[in-house]
Write a protein that binds this ligand. Structure first.
Ligand code: SAM
Length: 187
């Protein structure tokens, strides 16, 4: 069966995050992705998780604590992510865009800060590393974000990045889709 969007996101991440690796959850929210990344890197690796909402930070910390896993959970915008990362390079980053289900829908990711964050993290990406974005465009800000993010990702230089879009094209109600950018290996 074709993988659904969240399963495929995790496949794309898991393939490039080794134990001891470094990964970024750019939108911690309820902490599900942070937990997944922390399982991939293991205790010897590092995970950085960002969110601007205090409630998201608390939920993510609690989820990690309950699972006895560790991450740097930082209440700041992902546009500042690169300045917190101590490692020289990262293996992967994930952006689950949009708003936190069940919370204030006005607190949502937006194109300018998302593009700034992606640019900064692409620079820190190891050869072979990936940035995976899940784009929710069924709400007003999401449609704007998609309209600016897609052209940015589509014009990343082909000799440096491989960029794909994964989307079900026969689903109703603007289903989310994935954009993944992989930094080319240097031979
Ligand atoms: N990955 C999360 C999970 O596993 O539950 C869901 C993330 S939710 C769709 C999007 C999150 O992005 C919200 O919690 C929101 O507060 C956060 N957000 C919005 N703008 C942000 C920014 N500039 N930097 C970091 N997080 C941001």
């Amino acid at each position: 069966m074709l993988s659904d969007i969240l399963d495929y996101t995790r496949t794309l991440l898991k393939e490039v995050i080794p134990p001891g690796g470094t990964a970024v959850d750019a939108t911690a929210g309820n902490g599900h992705d942070t937990l997944f990344l922390a399982r991939c890197t293991g205790d010897s690796g590092s995970v950085y998780a960002f969110d601007i909402q205090e409630a998201a930070i608390e939920k993510t910390k609690k989820r990690l604590e309950e699972a006895d896993l560790h991450a740097h959970v930082i209440q700041d915008g992902h546009e500042n992510a690169a300045s917190y990362i101590k490692e020289a390079a990262i293996d992967a980053a994930v952006f689950n865009l949009g708003y936190l289900p069940g919370s204030d829908k006005s607190v949502t990711t937006s194109s300018a800060t998302t593009i700034k964050a992606v640019s900064g993290l692409l620079e820190k990406l190891k050869p072979g590393g990936r940035i995976v974005l899940v784009v929710y465009h069924g709400h007003q800000e999401g449609a704007l974000e998609k309209a600016e993010l897609l052209p940015f990702m589509e014009t990343l230089p082909q000799d440096q990045f491989r960029v794909l879009r994964y989307q079900f094209i026969n689903q109703r109600n603007s289903p989310p889709f994935i954009i993944a950018a992989e930094k080319r290996q240097v031979w």
